[in-house]
Ligand binder design. Sequence first.
Ligand SMILES: Nc1ncnc2c1ncn2[C@@H]1O[C@H](COP(=O)(O)OP(=O)(O)OP(=O)(O)O)[C@@H](O)[C@H]1O
Length: 240
Amino acid sequence: MTVDIKNLTKKYKERTAVDNLSLSIEKGEFFALLGQNAAGKTTTIKMLSCLSTPTSGDALMLEDSIVQNPTAVKQKINISPQETAIAPNLSVKENLVFIASIYGSIKQEAEQKAVEMMKKFGLLERAKNKAKTLSGGLQRRLSIAMALISNPQIIFLDEPTLGLDVRSRRDLWKILLELKGKITIVLTTHYLEEVEALADRVGIIHGGKLHALGTIDELKENTGHSSLEDIFLTLTEEEI
Ligand SMILES: Nc1ncnc2c1ncn2[C@@H]1O[C@H](COP(=O)(O)OP(=O)(O)OP(=O)(O)O)[C@@H](O)[C@H]1O
């Protein structure tokens, strides 16, 4: 098991953002955590990537606990957060070199890795441009490239296509599909079509609680609904 989440809970005063979440993710799986605004997706991802401490519960990342051994966990994972992680006044290449250096690469190696990433992510032409001059789609690509440059075994992508236009979203999907199977990916989204296009398995989260877990086919079978949209709407229905 690559990710093993056990009764993970986060409370902010009286509000429970994540409520007793338990689920496991296999090596190389592309897992989507699907939920509407305020469902608890970002809070979950922040705990799993050791940016926030759980109120209770735990998660093992390749056997290391996020509570007991966050330093070991941080060496195996990386995150492309919702709020942009890039330095706006550094160039595309400088951003990548900076992160590679933080993760221990010497200058020449960091430069080499940066070029490799820029090639992979179609950013080579923009190498010298300040990151703040890139479009939203390219900034998000850079953020993902920065998360991958440390060679993590697990990557967390928090709403990677939020606010992107249709073409930028499709371009990013292509990149993510190329990563599929090579690394364990945990992505959060509220876009149903994103889950259908990318994910091996999905967890539907609502009010901090996991409401369903499985492949889209399994969810259809279990709920008797023929579309993910119907499944989602039924499982996240509020009492009026
Ligand atoms: N630092 C915080 N202090 C207090 N409440 C918080 C904090 N962070 C999140 N919350 C609350 O926890 C709940 C879950 O928020 P979270 O950001 O995890 O949701 P989300 O599913 O990522 O939503 P979105 O799609 O809008 O990003 C929300 O009710 C939110 O207001």
